[in-house]
Write a protein that binds this ligand. Structure first.
Ligand SMILES: NC(=O)c1ccc[n+]([C@@H]2O[C@H](COP(=O)([O-])OP(=O)(O)OC[C@H]3O[C@@H](n4cnc5c(N)ncnc54)[C@H](OP(=O)(O)O)[C@@H]3O)[C@@H](O)[C@H]2O)c1
Length: 339
């Protein structure tokens, strides 16, 4: 997911007013994060400034913080990060609007994607924002964007999911997984979620028809064939995924073990090559900030057809703890940072 938005430190007009923001001046661990006063962003003619109420933490932010895989430094700055601000998923209240903006007005409650979201304010083009439904909190709204965009695009666009198909979601209890279970049910699939013992009930509550506890059972050795595997973990051999796919089934790689230089690429390339042989197919992708998908989530949240699972909410001052929590690889739903 690439940030298509802009913030005060990334080129907007400077005003002299300041705000509190989480910043990095070098790549590193969560110890490198500092919360300090930086210049407030101003909005360009097609932008709005959002007063951030909540932001959520994604593996994407962790990659930007650590500068790994090294491959991503080609775009993000080789020795030091080009932007000192982090964060993308946002929910908040519009503070000011640019002269060409007609869709929103000051005071509107919104959620979506805004680069530099771990701050008091973020400026953003309006395309990547939608109205926050009144029935959900800012924390619940901020949890949605990256994880749910990944889930819907993985299932529907790259997995070509259709009604009645059997889908297995490996890593059903994390950020992407908790939305993927609900979205797959929404699309009419028979859903199997894979998670550890402590999350079995939660994944079932989200709507999964079947839950495999990976501590006790091996989903690739149960003799069941799936039409689609959405893989958030990438912890199995490609041949193991292949053996539990139907002859026309699809394997969609979302996440994979992180190689320091190439990230998930080795696993993904292996999958693409291995699936060249035979009738089953594989897909890999980078989620996009598609406005119509954000609009879909607004509708699903508004109607109660989709909800956010929130693990822990950290104040901005404790953002390093939020990143350390994500790093464990065992978040239950989403980790949120609030002002
Ligand atoms: N392709 C893209 O555009 C894209 C976009 C977003 C994310 N991603 C990638 O997708 C992956 C998932 O992202 P996320 O936000 O969902 O991460 P996350 O929230 O950190 O995922 C944590 C979850 O993973 C589960 N998990 C850990 N080991 C597992 C195992 N062996 N089997 C099954 N589940 C296991 C944990 O469940 P338990 O605690 O029960 O073990 C936990 O609930 C990451 O690698 C991320 O980089 C890719």
């Amino acid at each position: 997911m690439t940030a298509q938005t802009s913030t005060g430190e990334q080129g907007s007009t400077r005003t002299g007013a300041t705000m509190r923001a989480s910043t990095i001046d070098r790549y590193g661990s969560a110890d490198a994060l500092t919360v300090k006063e930086v210049e407030c962003p101003q909005c360009g003619p097609d932008e709005v400034v959002v007063a951030v109420r909540a932001a959520s933490v994604n593996p994407y932010d962790w990659h930007n913080m650590t500068g790994t895989p090294l491959l991503m430094r080609l775009g993000g700055g080789w020795r030091t990060p080009k932007s000192s601000l982090l964060g993308l998923d946002v929910a908040g209240v519009i503070k000011s609007v640019g002269q060409n903006v007609t869709r929103f007005a000051a005071g509107d409650e919104v959620f979506g994607c805004a680069a530099g979201a771990f701050a008091e304010y973020a400026s953003v083009k309006v395309d990547t924002l939608v109205r926050k439904p009144a029935n959900i909190s800012f924390e619940e709204a901020a949890a949605v964007p990256v994880a749910a965009l990944t889930a819907v695009q993985g299932l529907r666009d790259h997995g070509r999911l259709t009604q009645g198909q059997r889908v297995l979601i490996n890593g059903a209890s994390g950020g992407v997984g908790t939305y993927a279970v609900q979205l797959a049910k929404h699309f009419g699939a028979e859903v199997t979620g894979v998670c550890s013992t402590k999350n079995v009930e939660m994944v079932r509550d989200l709507g999964a028809d079947h839950v495999v506890d990976y501590k006790a059972d091996d989903f690739t050795a149960r003799g069941i064939e799936y039409d689609l595997i959405l893989d958030n973990i990438g912890n199995r051999k490609i041949s193991h995924y292949k053996r539990c796919l139907s002859p026309s089934g699809s394997y969609v790689a979302v996440g994979a073990p992180k190689d320091r230089v190439l990230g998930p690429l080795p696993h993904m390339l292996k999958a693409l090559l291995a699936f060249k042989v035979g009738t089953r197919r594989a897909a890999v992708f980078m989620a996009q900030q598609t406005p119509s998908d954000l609009e879909l989530f607004r509708e699903l949240l508004d109607s109660g057809a989709m909800r956010s699972v929130i693990d822990t909410v950290y104040p901005l001052d404790e953002i390093a703890a939020a990143f350390r929590h994500l790093e464990t690889g065992h978040a239950r739903g989403k980790i949120i940072v609030t002002q």
